[in-house]
Design a protein around this ligand. Structure first.
Ligand code: BGC
Length: 731
């Protein structure tokens, strides 16, 4: 992508070719260097494999602590030291998942996956990965269990907040950058969860039946790119089954696709406790068995694996291949001379967290221009809601971070407004959530009339009320899905009462997944969407609310008007019966379904407002007719109509009229986020390959680029298409 910033003063001229040629030369140099060092690594591995005993080899293939495996001291081979991911480097844990109670394991809390996705900014995904890698290294972890990017198939999935998006292309661009960022530090990314881990209900038993086209077009692209472009060194197999076989012993997934088609050279690591057999798993592609509970010698890949080798059920060659893969990871990480001391909790890492947070916040509605806050007229603000004082680095089941600090929304507003404005705080509701088991969220606490009264009083005596509601990290969690899209903790009652008390009520919803905010959209005039937004959460929010930051986040998934609109729910294809779930919607996931079926969502994919507006003009392509193998260069101009600078994400969708197969109404094929000065114009160029227009042919089992006309649509969201042009692809 190349951006030319045009100001009123004139065009800033840059030649496309120079930039592209320069990039290609640098890439070629990098891959040549890699070939040389990879060959040297292979030689070292050959030598080591000859020296290792079978017992030592088997010792390397399974956990010997919650997050580690054994090395071989006599040969100088270190064990694998993993840690969660993705929110930051998790605190050290003892057996039984209790905290190790160290004072040296705090880390930076980075924004959650859907926040990163809402930035639509791959550069920020890279910076996130880079800093996470640097922190992992400082904590002596050579594998970080991140990023996670399963497709948001249902808005209810408890891990939607950890994942990125409902769209494979947005997923892909972010995943590749996050992986490259992490691995730039010689720490291995562990991309997860491979594959189709799209619900938490019965995740350990559920069998996913998905057609090949949807698998290839929707669920696998980001994994494929993370391996083939991002060169990820490890991958985590998912808990669930795909077409009858657990992902940890799924030969189709691990042997044919991952190691065969994609040429993966690293190690497949099981999810914790997600291994179910010795011989099957060993022969079908799993390399390392991880789990939480000792005794580790009882693991499938411990004594039982040794017995299976002795019995000839697993070949020595298969074991050597696994060891080779592990050594491959180790040589790129802990045995690399670039595996230095790393850095942790630095101001630069906080800045990354802040930049992601500030670009992720989505302005959903502002029809009376209550935002940005007019600080020359406002003397008092009611800050209401449990989420104004709650932190999000820990909570629920699964990975969190022992954050060195986290700025809450209230603290952020206090930091930024100082004593210029009186802040009247009221808690409004209690966000305490208790869960008794896995699968589906239990009941939450209800509205509390006394708390609502207190909030109403605060709102009445203030010029403006800002209400912080939404989910929290206990409510959205790994191992269970939400029961429905409803706002928890009786929040709607609070919203109604406060809005009635003060018409200048601004709603800030904090959540990692869609919620039903239909009534709020109807009744309120200013709605801001925020996320579990890292250690700088409150500062970023305050800067957006006060206008220091012009919001530029866009939704990474569709917000349905009701759950029944969503494809998996409309087709009664969630959470499955008898531990089987059939993905009946096929390729029509997310906006692909809403657009093709002409269903009006509450907020569409890619939606987000700014404090200014942008006009799009002059959409062109470098040619009108393309052949297979060509690259399509698309250019347009974006004008900022307002008095404030801002960033706009231009989304390029492609639509194939009269296709021989079912096609979604449109599909995202490129995007660019560009800064545009007040009253300025930016020229934006984007590109995609003609091969990106292909569909996966179920019968021929191959990608097919259909000849004919394709519409290129440039939009500010998936439902706000501003410009259109047509290209032709020849036979
Ligand atoms: C999660 C993984 C995580 C692992 C280790 C599992 O329950 O699914 O994402 O990396 O635990 O904590």
């Amino acid at each position: 992508m190349l951006i030319k910033s045009l100001s009123a003063k004139g065009f800033l001229l840059l030649t496309f070719s120079t930039v592209f040629v320069g990039t290609i030369v640098a890439q070629e140099k990098k891959s040549q260097d890699r070939l040389v060092s990879d060959a040297a690594i292979e030689t070292k591995i050959d030598v080591l494999i000859k020296k290792l005993t079978m017992e030592e080899k088997i010792g390397m293939l399974h956990a010997n602590s919650i997050f580690g495996t054994a090395g071989v001291e006599r040969l100088g081979i270190p064990g694998l030291m993993t840690d969660d991911g993705p929110l930051g480097v998790r605190e050290d844990i003892k057996e039984g998942w209790a905290s190790a109670n160290l004072t040296t394991d705090s880390a930076t809390f980075f924004p959650n996956g859907s926040a990163i996705a809402a930035t639509w900014n791959p550069t920020l995904a890279y910076r996130y990965g880079h800093d996470l890698g640097e922190e992992s290294k400082a904590r002596k972890k050579n594998i970080i269990l991140a990023p996670a990017f399963n497709i948001a198939r249902t808005p209810l999935c408890g891990r939607t907040y950890e994942y990125y998006s409902e769209d494979p292309y947005l997923n892909t661009r972010l995943a590749v950058q996050a992986v490259e960022g992490i691995q730039s530090q010689n720490v291995a990314a562990c991309v997860k969860h491979f594959a189709v881990n799209n619900q938490e209900v019965e995740r350990g038993r559920i069998n996913v039946e998905v057609d090949e086209r949807a698998l290839r077009e929707i669920y696998l692209p980001a994994f494929k790119a993370a391996i083939t472009e991002g060169n990820a060194w490890t991958i985590m197999s998912a808990y669930n089954k795909l077409r009858g076989a657990y992902c940890s012993e799924n030969s189709y997934l691990l042997q044919k696709i991952l190691k065969g088609e994609w040429g993966f050279k690293g190690a497949v690591i099981s999810d914790w406790g997600g291994t179910h057999s010795t011989v099957n798993a060993a022969n079908n592609g799993l390399d390392v068995e991880m789990g939480s509970d000792p005794p580790y010698n009882n693991y499938y890949f411990a004594a039982k694996l040794l017995d299976s080798v002795k019995a000839g059920k697993v070949s020595i060659k298969a074991i050597d291949e696994k060891v080779r893969r592990i050594l491959w990871v180790i040589y790129h990480t802990s045995l690399s001379d670039k595996f230095t001391d790393g850095k942790i909790n630095t101001p630069e890492h906080s800045k990354t967290a802040y930049d992601i947070a500030s670009e992720s916040i989505v302005l959903l509605k502002n029809d009376r221009h209550l935002l940005p806050l007019n600080l020359s007229a406002i003397k008092s603000i009611a800050v209401i809601g449990d989420n104004a004082t709650r932190t999000f680095h820990l909570g629920g089941f699964g990975a969190g971070v022992k954050a060195r600090y986290e700025v809450t929304a209230l603290a952020g507003l206090q930091n930024r407004l100082g004593n210029k404005v009186t802040i009247n705080f009221a808690q409004g509701y209690s966000g305490v959530f208790k869960q008794t088991g896995p699968n589906i969220n239990d009941e939450t606490s209800k509205a509390d009339p006394a708390m609502i009264q207190e909030a109403v009083a605060a709102a009445k005596k203030s010029d403006v009320a800002i209400l912080f509601i939404g989910g929290n990290r206990d409510y959205e969690s790994e191992s269970r899905d939400r029961r429905d899209l409803g706002l928890p903790f009786g929040e709607q009652d609070l919203v109604d009462a406060v809005t009635a008390a003060n018409p200048n009520t601004i709603i800030v919803v904090v959540g990692g997944a869609p919620y039903d905010i239909g009534k709020i959209k109807q009744n309120n005039h200013a709605i801001v969407w925020s996320w579990y937004n890292g250690c700088e959460n409150g500062n970023a929010l305050a800067d957006v609310l006060t206008g220091k930051i012009n919001p530029s986040g866009k939704l990474p998934f569709t917000f349905p008007a009701s759950l029944g609109q969503s494809p998996a729910h409309a087709l009664n294809a969630y959470p499955g019966n008898d531990f089987n779930v059939k993905y009946k919607e096929g390729i029509l996931v997310g906006y692909r379904w809403f657009d093709t079926k002409r269903i009006e969502p509450l907020y569409p994919f890619g939606y987000g407002l700014s404090y200014t507006t942008f006009d799009y003009t002059d959409l062109t392509t470098d040619k009108k007719t393309y052949k297979k193998g060509d690259v399509v260069q698309v250019a347009l101009k974006v004008k900022n109509n307002g008095q404030v600078s801002g960033k706009e994400t231009i989304q390029l969708y492609v639509s194939k009229p009269h296709s021989v197969v079912l096609r979604p109404e449109k599909e995202l094929k490129a995007f660019a986020k560009v800064p545009v000065d007040a009253n300025g114009t930016a020229r934006v160029s984007m590109k995609f390959n003609v091969s990106d227009l292909a569909y996966f042919d179920e019968t021929g089992k191959k990608w097919v680029t259909e000849p004919g006309d394709y519409k290129i649509l440039a939009g500010s969201s998936s439902r706000d298409i501003r410009l259109l042009t047509t290209i032709h692809v020849t036979r």
